[in-house]
Ligand binder design. Structure first.
Ligand SMILES: Cc1cc2nc3c(=O)[nH]c(=O)nc-3n(C[C@H](O)[C@H](O)[C@H](O)COP(=O)(O)OP(=O)(O)OC[C@H]3O[C@@H](n4cnc5c(N)ncnc54)[C@H](O)[C@@H]3O)c2cc1C
Length: 458
């Protein structure tokens, strides 16, 4: 008798599920990916991934990990019509309404649309020999041993067969079903208590629209990105993506959401802290209607604080932490989480949930969560506790942003931290600290250039 093949079951076939599947194929004989959507061959936005109709930016670190796990990924996007540029030097970043100094930092940016990037990733996973997709199945629950000490699989409802229920057994279940994950409810039912959560109410509204342009607002750049700040809690990301598609996502915090009627939407764009995007839209032709998305609250599930967890189950991606999408961290965190999972698969072939969640929190989530929570709580009306340490960091970040409008070395340090190549703590290194203080407290040699006549400084 041969050994029973070992099976891993991935719940959710979006970014986190695809990355997890990739590393699971190194240890498991069979990797099944379940999703309620049709995935294979899908080219457009889909119901289960709300990001599909909105802006898609992957940070430097996310692209690095994707390349490590799927060599040639970026080349594939470029061959499919994606423009590329420098993550810092090709993007016109504005903080507090002021342009950051333009400086190439040697890291690539690839502004692909969300469905295109997801399709490229999925096609790479499809080609892995041990992977099989189980599409159009709703995951309705987890299966466990009678004493609930081990998760043994999942119960699914077949959406194309009158919700006929099937159970898929597995040696390891990986929950990557996004922020609506049912694992907390299942753990409660199995007697493990409540998963502690942290939430920040930001009441964010997105609206996205695509255009044809006659004029060239880019002048060799990829994107124009005015970031919302307390003085103007409205922001936007205006970018060219694959095949010349021009995408604009605008957003407002604390209920100040962009309208979805055309004139109201343009009015919102005109109210941004910089005029560049409104100027570019003067002769633009919309190719679709403005599409909204409401994101009320960020959410972090603290599995690492659970006193007990069942064997045979781990969770990843947005199912653990759903970040404010404005900061574009979710896909990068999903990618680096797969590296943590891979490390935990190695010693025993199966992760120990307690140490997996501890390392996931420490290595993948703590830094981006703290960074964005600090920035979100800089908006006075966002409810939450602001410790003395946080208030000091907020002040320091403000100085970093001012200095980054004047000193290219500070811009580089700031965007390396934002791109998750370096930790936020790297901004406190003496060489950066000194430049931040010098840059923030000395007057600029000349006033920042007026928009839209923004000159590149390199
Ligand atoms: C509007 C918006 C904009 C964003 N912009 C960015 C960005 O620019 N950059 C970035 O890095 N991140 C961004 N994000 C976050 C990013 O989309 C996620 O972090 C990323 O997709 C990884 O999430 P995930 O795979 O964990 O979950 P999701 O992408 O939410 O996928 C969950 C999957 O599970 C499936 N599923 C869920 N429940 C069930 C069920 N019961 N049965 C069967 N299938 C189920 C869904 O169909 C889906 O395929 C954005 C998010 C939103 C909402």
């Amino acid at each position: 008798m041969g050994k029973k093949p070992r099976r891993a079951l991935v719940l959710g076939g979006s970014y986190a599920g695809l990355f997890a599947a990739r590393v699971l194929t190194e240890q498991y004989d069979e990797v099944l990916i379940v999703d309620r959507d049709r995935l294979v061959g899908e080219r457009g936005p889909r119901r289960g991934r709300p990001q599909g109709r909105h802006i898609n930016a992957m940070h430097v670190r996310g692209l690095q990990v994707t390349e490590e796990l799927f060599p040639g990924f970026v080349d594939g996007l470029v061959a499919d019509g994606c423009p590329t540029g420098d993550y810092a030097g090709s993007c016109r970043w504005f903080f507090n309404g002021q342009p950051l100094v333009r400086e190439d930092i040697g890291y690539i940016a690839v502004p692909a649309t969300a469905p295109l990037m997801e399709r490229h990733l999925r096609e790479r996973v499809e080609r892995l020999p041990r992977v099989r997709f189980v599409e159009r199945h709703d995951i309705v629950g987890l299966e466990a041993t009678p004493d609930h000490s081990r998760i043994t699989g999942a119960r699914l409802a077949d959406l194309d067969d009158d919700r006929r229920e099937v159970v898929i057994e597995a040696d390891l279940v990986v929950d990557a079903t996004g922020r609506g994950s049912r694992t907390p409810a299942m753990l409660k039912r199995f007697g493990y208590g409540t998963v502690p959560e942290e939430r920040i109410k930001i009441n964010l509204g997105y609206v996205t629209q695509h255009y044809e342009l006659d004029d060239d607002p880019w002048r060799g750049d990829l994107a124009i990105i005015p970031v919302a700040y307390p003085g103007s809690p409205r922001g936007a990301i205006f970018t060219q993506t694959d095949h010349g598609r021009v995408e604009l996502t605008t957003y407002g915090l604390l209920g100040d959401h962009p309208p979805t009627d055309q004139e109201g939407f343009y009015e919102f764009v005109r109210s941004l802290a910089i005029p560049d995007i409104a100027d570019a839209l003067k002769t633009a032709r919309p190719v679709d209607d403005p599409v909204p998305f409401h994101y009320p609250v960020t959410l972090r599930r603290r599995y690492e604080r659970m006193s007990r967890l069942p064997a045979g189950l781990v969770v990843t991606g947005d199912a653990v932490t759903s970040f404010n999408p404005v900061y574009a961290q979710g896909m990068t965190v999903a990618a680096i989480s797969a590296l943590t999972l891979r490390r935990h698969l190695r010693p025993a072939g199966e992760p120990d949930p307690a140490t997996y969640f501890r390392d996931l929190a420490r290595d993948c989530i703590d830094a981006p969560w703290e960074m964005t929570t600090t920035v979100d709580l800089n908006f006075p009306d966002v409810p939450g506790n602001r410790s003395l340490k946080m208030r000091m960091v907020q002040r320091y970040l403000r100085l970093v942003q001012v200095a980054a409008t004047r000193d290219p070395k500070v811009t580089t340090a700031y965007l390396r931290a934002a791109g998750m190549v370096d930790t936020p703590q790297s901004l406190m290194r003496p060489a950066v600290l000194w430049r931040v203080l010098r840059g923030a407290f000395t007057r600029p040699a000349a006033a920042p250039p007026r928009q839209p006549a923004l000159a590149r400084t390199r």
